[in-house]
Design a protein around this ligand. Structure first.
Ligand code: SF4
Ligand code: SF4
Length: 465
């Protein structure tokens, strides 16, 4: 395996935060009652209360997606819930707590593209990494990036993940990708500090061009990955699909290999339980559909976030269960709205891009929290937001346009559509300006004014159909 080290512009290295999970993996039991969520808009139920269901059976379907059960049992309740302003169906399944021994789909009969596609369809994996869209233009896919980045404040550790992935999975995954995308070069991109872990686990393969990633957030997002690995720039207008770059995580690739080779749908998911308010930060192997309350003790005064501290979604603990997209659950103490004269305090556990707090000089773990540390202030023109921006844009300038109601084509000219909404500018801003939110609002206003590029306006129309 040869290695080349790569990096992208901007980014921020989060070092030493309280609540990072150890590498031990805890196996959670199959839940007695599972919860499965599906967006109500355009969706319809496929089951009724009291109905007996099998693993892998459809519970609901919409125009482009379908919800499956990873439990065998009985539908005990179907409710509606509003989560983050969207309505969801909530299916509760009383499970028979059986393992996966009776559940098998047909494994792929050979490694031809059609046999693999058929198998992935049966295993409900076509939604992963927008596989279906990429397969529709398989010959124009020129690159496959298999990755496991560890640049977020809290994230799944490669050591834990790889300990539950059979040896030679990467080689088998390469054969599947070569069959699906015959013109693609295969890249394997992991944190450069973790190459040794792959070698020790026997996942040392020559089927990929190995890339060592920098440990700077938001390295694991599509645009920084494409920039680091291929030197290609992605944004809202020029997407990975347009460029023929198929990007998939290590955990998702392992699920595909398992489906093709053994004919089994991924029933379990490895997740990291992290954050300063998490009682026992660790890794957990959990059945998909397990409610949050079965995994951890839900506490008052704690904010729960899925996958990324800066760009993930806040969880409604009463209506959350592990899904095929879950990688990390983060628990952070809720702070008061503002902290008077925060900047004048020593800051023994505070993080900052500039070394203004004692924590910068001491070998201590820092505290992630929701406290905003003071009021929103005027922009200081310090330039930290543009220094860290992975898109290389000027958030401090764009936000002024938007805040003053200047929703004009100038925003497009100054590349607002390059913003990947990573939230880093808001994090580093000493004036507490929520730049990422303001830029996202600016994009929506541009679309409303029909000032966005043709492609983006058409995407909106497609979604409304
Ligand atoms: S949210 Fe957008 S503007 Fe802010 S740092 Fe990330 S890419 Fe740059
Ligand atoms: S980080 Fe905040 S204060 Fe500094 S230039 Fe950007 S918007 Fe202004």
């Amino acid at each position: 395996m040869c290695l080349s080290k790569t990096k992208f512009r901007g980014g921020y290295a989060f070092r030493r935060f309280k609540g990072n999970p150890g590498i031990q993996v805890v196996q959670h039991p199959i839940p007695a009652k599972g919860l499965f969520l599906f967006k109500k808009k355009d969706g319809k139920c496929l089951v009724k209360i009291g109905q007996e269901i099998e693993m892998g059976q459809g519970l609901a379907e919409g125009k482009v997606s379908r919800l499956y059960s990873s439990l065998k049992g009985r539908v005990s309740e179907i409710k509606f819930a509003k989560i983050n302003c969207e309505e969801f169906y909530c299916f509760y399944i009383e499970s028979d707590k059986r393992g996966s021994e009776n559940y098998r789909i047909n494994r792929a009969k050979d490694l031809s593209s059609s046999a693999i596609e058929e198998c992935l369809e049966a295993a409900h994996l076509m939604k992963i990494s927008r596989m279906k869209s990429f397969l529709a233009q398989a010959d124009s896919v020129g690159s496959v990036i298999l990755h496991h980045g560890e640049a977020d404040v809290f994230c799944l550790k490669l050591e834990s993940l790889i300990s539950h992935i059979p040896k030679e999975t990467l080689d088998r995954g390469a054969k599947i990708m070569e069959s699906l995308f015959p013109n693609a070069r295969l890249y394997l991109a992991v944190d450069k500090r973790k190459i040794r872990v792959l070698r020790l686990s026997g996942q040392d393969t020559s089927a990929y061009i190995l890339k060592g990633l920098s440990a700077k957030y938001p390295q694991a997002m599509d645009a920084p990955l494409a920039a680091s690995v291929l030197g290609v720039k992605l944004n809202d207008i020029n997407t990975a699909l347009d460029q023929g770059i198929f990007i998939i995580t290590l955990q998702d690739m392992a699920a595909m290999v398992q489906a093709v080779e053994t004919g089994q749908y991924p029933l379990n998911r490895m997740i990291a339980l992290a954050g300063p308010a998490m009682d026992n930060p660790c890794h957990a192997l959990v059945r998909i559909g397990t409610p949050l309350s079965d995994i951890i003790d839900i506490k008052e005064g704690v904010r729960y976030i899925e996958n990324s501290l800066l760009s993930g979604n806040q969880i409604d603990p009463a209506h959350f269960s592990v899904s095929l997209q879950t990688e990390c659950i983060i628990a952070v103490p809720e702070g008061p709205e503002s902290e008077f004269l925060s900047f004048a305090r020593p800051g023994l556990v505070k993080d900052s891009i500039v070394p203004v707090f004692m924590a910068s000089f001491l070998p201590v773990s820092k505290q992630a929290e929701t406290n905003i540390h003071g009021e929103h202030r005027a922009c200081l023109n310090c330039g930290y937001c543009s220094d860290v921006c992975p898109a290389g844009i000027l958030p401090q300038m764009l936000h002024r346009y938007i805040e003053r109601g200047m929703i004009t084509e100038n925003l497009v000219h100054y590349r607002i559509y390059d913003c990947i909404e990573c939230g880093l500018c808001s994090y580093v801003c000493p004036s507490k300006i929520d730049l990422a939110f303001i830029l996202s609002k600016g994009k929506s206003l541009l679309k409303e004014e029909a000032l966005a590029p043709e492609k983006i306006l058409n995407q909106g129309a497609e979604k409304q159909k």
